[in-house]
Design a protein around this ligand. Structure first.
Ligand SMILES: Nc1nc2c(ncn2[C@@H]2O[C@H](COP(=O)(O)OP(=O)(O)OP(=O)(O)O)[C@@H](O)[C@H]2O)c(=O)[nH]1
Ligand SMILES: [Mg+2]
Length: 454
């Protein structure tokens, strides 16, 4: 008699090789790359990174010795003629236990421009080439040292401007998202083992069933994460458009909120034509404010183009501040948007606010405090995520959608053979996020926005 639980155990053992961890994709030799990993310009120190098969030879040629591995060693660095270039801390980091997984090194030298140029020249002479943006991290992914979510988090951490962005990036870099995906993958593997037992032993395993309600719970959990956009908005920043009739005080407001004179202010209606952008941090959230052309019917072709652009940008904004002047009874309709709208009455030093709007004035009471309060609440609502772990990119969202579709397919298909195939598809969907599936296809996309030296 076939023992179902024993059969399940064996299946699971085999299926557990279906991992969402990143596979090794690079085979054979890799050339040796280098990059100045620190910022440009004069500084106390700069760090030059080297990675690839020739690293050891290059360090030996530079220092006339190879320092002990993984120890900071103070070494003079020499040119081809044996003349000293600089003296600095040299690290010899043999692979595979290095950041990239390859033989690597770091030169911590003085921060001067001439020092940098001399060392770069010498590294060229020794046969290394300048790294592409993100190439060190790309090699780390390719060599199985990092998965794609961790690599993306490293880019996010470098880009982080606010505390919330830093926290999000660090959580993902420490494997937060991967851990959730691994838990889900474990559940799907269990389901796959059940489906395969049903295929192999239809009679003995007749009492075995795919737990439909557990699959729906899993789908719900995944969809909740796919629909929560707080983390992604926190990472990319929010778009806030300021709209309203000509002369409503839009340019004055963008200047006041950004604390800079970014837009021309004048008594003449129709001053602003182009969309003027100002990047600011409000309540710990990165926000791009957009000042737009006053909305009105016009025969002026240039102004009409400004109005078209105003509507277009408002449409894609997360939040629209729609301004009406105090005393202007004609309440202009806010442009359509996918985001939320806050109605504001401006110039309240001159008269009362329209009902249901936030009153502001740049020339005395009530000032901007009420607007700051509402903005704070709105920004928090838009970026709030009760979960600290979530999807940070559209790429993740698309892959998770494939996963939930596959899980729905597994529930709906009836035949265990088909259910097993759908469940494998679900595992592949999750694997796309970490890079276990199709990693080479997404590498260029993931590393397009990296900086040189990382
Ligand atoms: N009294 C008063 N005047 C203001 C206030 N805010 C702006 N103004 C004035 O209103 C006029 C128009 O301001 P803008 O900021 O240029 O208005 P706008 O909405 O950008 O105008 P367009 O670009 O032409 O659509 C300027 O003369 C400002 O100085 C305010 O709070 N009180
Ligand atoms: Mg203006």
């Amino acid at each position: 008699m076939y023992d179902v639980s024993d059969g399940l155990g064996k299946k699971l053992e085999r299926i557990s090789t279906f991992s969402i961890r990143c596979p090794l994709v690079m085979k054979g030799r890799s050339d040796t790359i280098f990059a100045v990993a620190t910022g440009s310009g004069k500084a106390a120190l700069q760090v030059v990174r080297i990675s690839g098969l020739d690293t050891r030879r290059i360090i030996e040629s530079l220092c006339f010795r190879v320092p002990s591995s993984r120890r900071a060693s103070l070494c003079p660095l020499y040119d081809a003629a044996g003349l000293i270039l600089d003296r600095g801390i040299v690290l010899w980091l043999p692979g595979p236990g290095s950041y990239t997984g390859e033989d690597s090194g770091e030169l911590h030298v003085h921060g001067g421009i001439a020092v940098r140029d001399a060392i770069v020249r010498r590294l060229f002479e020794l046969g290394a080439r300048v790294a592409e943006p993100g190439e060190f991290t790309r090699r780390a992914v390719v060599n199985g040292r990092l998965d794609l979510t961790e690599a993306e988090a490293i880019a996010d951490l470098i880009d982080a401007e606010t505390e919330a962005q830093r926290l999000q990036a660090v959580t993902q870099m420490e494997g937060g998202l991967r851990t959730v995906l691994e838990r889900w993958a474990g559940q799907v593997r269990q389901l796959l083992a059940t489906a395969e037992v049903m295929v192999d032993f239809p009679e003995e395993a007749a009492e075995v069933m795919l737990p439909t309600s557990a699959i729906f719970d899993l789908i719900d959990e995944m969809e909740a994460m796919a629909n929560a956009r707080g983390i992604e908005r926190m990472r990319t920043g929010l778009l806030v458009a300021i709209t309203g009739a000509p002369n409503a005080g839009k340019s004055s407001l963008i200047n006041a909120l950004s604390g800079r004179d970014v837009a021309i202010v004048s008594t003449q209606p129709g001053t602003t034509r182009d969309v003027v952008e100002a990047r600011v941090v409000l309540n710990g959230v990165v926000v791009t404010l957009l000042d737009t052309a006053g909305l009105r019917e016009t025969q002026d072709a240039i102004e009409a183009e400004g109005v078209r652009r105003a509507k277009e940008r408002a449409f894609e904004s997360d939040l629209v501040l729609h301004l009406t002047e105090s005393g202007n009874a004609e309440r202009l309709v806010a442009p359509p948007t996918n985001g939320r709208v806050v109605r504001v009455t401006t110039k309240c030093d001159l008269g009362p606010a329209l009902p249901g709007t936030c009153p502001i004035s740049l020339r005395g009471e009530p000032g901007l405090s009420g607007l700051h309060e509402i903005l704070g609440r709105e920004l928090l609502a838009l970026t709030d995520s009760t979960e600290k772990i979530g999807l940070s990119r559209e790429r993740h969202r698309a892959a998770l959608r494939l996963t939930t579709e596959a899980l729905r397919g597994a529930v709906g298909c009836g035949a265990p053979e088909l259910a097993a195939e759908w469940l494998r598809e679900a595992l592949r969907g999750m694997g796309r996020i970490t890079g276990a599936t199709d990693v080479e296809r997404v590498l260029d996309e993931v590393f397009a926005n990296f900086c040189i030296g990382k």
